[in-house]
Ligand binder design. Sequence first.
Ligand code: ZN
Length: 156
Amino acid sequence: MFDELRELYQEVILDHGRNPRNHREPEDASHSARGDNPVCGDRITVYLKLDSDERIADAAFIGRGCAISQASASMMTEIVQGKTVAEARRLFDSFHEMCTRDDYDAGTQDAADQEALERLQVMAGVREFPMRVKCATLAWHTMNAAVEGGEAATTE
Ligand code: ZN
């Protein structure tokens, strides 16, 4: 059962890596930032369009790098779509915990985030590979930099 789950997770990551969602450069983005993970060579640019009540009306990215970094960016652009900036940042905090803490407990997270966190669970395997945590969280760091009005984020 565990192996099957693992394979399924792998499949989701490969699918996003091969067919990244929202892989485009929107012309009407209100916020953007570049993200750089020199350890692995991943580079992305995240574009956001925030509406007047700080809701993410559109999220997209371009970039290149390892399958994990690109799949994570692809999933992130799907997941934050329609969320407020505050909700997206809260998700990032939870996701970061999921990727780094052995005692991460999904049950303690905000109920509104459960569905998104279940989807992100496919990335949780990086916890066993500390170098990969940076690949998985690069897109989220970059999204954070974009909403803060920063131009660039780095995992260093
Ligand atoms: Zn990488």
